[in-house]
Design a protein around this ligand. Structure first.
Ligand code: BGC
Ligand code: CA
Length: 299
């Protein structure tokens, strides 16, 4: 067995650190602070953080093939020009639900963006239920709504053969799978892959590794769990020194480092004292498994 090492690498002090993405071309980690309304870039080589303010809650930021990023700000999908720190709205979702906001988003293996929404969150993880949706956006900016009545649209990723889409609606306390048609983006045959156990909290962000297994960040569970996506068996648990672990991705020169983001929002005074690293980003080494490169939006 390899020995697993967890270290706090980015002193981000985020309210809700989220959506880590490894950017291979720049060898940096991109992530957001949702409630802090910021997109951050962190370089392991220099240990510098660069940030852009989004002016409203930002659910995700992903690389765009034509340069810059695409981010989910409020209900808008925006193009972000990092060098000028400017944002241009490309489209809006959930026009009929003005209080919704975008949450997790990710690009599929052919360059299509999938992103979900959620209703008003009165307290962390307490939302007006069934208000959210899941959308896809193609390169010509055509928006398709795939799911409605979602509570908190969260983690998403694809199987190695691209035929399965893994998805988390956090309040269902399950990790689900759909059949995925990468030509049309259509979803079918929803089923449960994994049901959270006592102490694991809510399933939040997730990533699929190079062997097709799931790594799921457990919000209020202080851990990332590794699940065999075909059997639904939990293979491993990685504990972190914070309870609100929110999302994860593999990165580093050979994709063998697992980066894990966390939140501080919602901790009471004594919890904050016990978790001085809440809101920071962690690196897990020694897992003996690698991840896959992230995809860029083609639009
Ligand atoms: C959301 C938070 C929510 C958390 C737990 C995150 O993805 O952005 O607002 O509290 O998931 O479900
Ligand atoms: Ca999330």
């Amino acid at each position: 067995m390899s020995s697993v090492k967890v270290e706090c690498v980015v002193k981000a002090s985020a309210l809700i650190g989220e959506g880590p993405v490894w950017e291979e071309s720049e060898q940096i980690l991109l992530f957001v602070d949702i409630a802090g309304s910021r997109i951050h870039k962190w370089s392991p080589a220099t240990n510098q953080i660069q940030s852009v303010e989004t002016g409203d809650m930002v659910g995700f930021a992903v690389p765009r093939q034509s340069g810059g990023y695409v981010a989910g700000v409020g209900r808008s999908v925006v193009a972000v020009d990092w060098s000028t720190q400017t944002m241009t709205s490309l489209l809006e979702v959930d026009e009929d639900k003005p209080n919704n906001r975008l949450n997790d988003g990710k690009v599929d293996p052919i360059g299509r963006l999938l992103a979900g929404t959620m209703g008003i969150e009165e307290h962390p993880a307490q939302v007006q239920r069934k208000q959210g949706s899941l959308f896809s956006v193609t390169s010509d900016l055509t928006v398709t709504k795939h799911l409605s009545q979602v509570d908190i649209s969260n983690g998403l990723d694809w199987s190695l053969d691209q035929k399965t889409f893994f998805y988390i609606d956090s309040l269902s306390l399950t990790v689900d799978a759909f059949d995925y048609d990468s030509n049309t983006g259509n979803l079918g045959n929803r089923r449960v892959v994994y049901r959270m156990e006592e102490g694991e909290g809510l399933p939040d962000g997730m990533t699929v590794d190079a062997e097709g297994r799931l790594w799921v960040a457990c919000y209020n569970g202080g851990r990332v769990i590794n699940i065999d996506s075909t059997t639904g068996v939990r293979l491993q648990t990685v504990s972190l020194p914070v309870t609100k672990t929110t999302s994860c991705c593999f990165g580093g020169p050979d994709y063998s480092d697992l980066y894990v983001t966390s939140a501080s929002l919602g901790l009471d005074q004594s919890e904050s004292r016990q978790q001085p690293l809440a809101g920071d980003t962690f690196r897990v080494r020694g897992l003996g498994v690698k991840g896959r490169p992230s995809n860029s939006f083609t639009g």
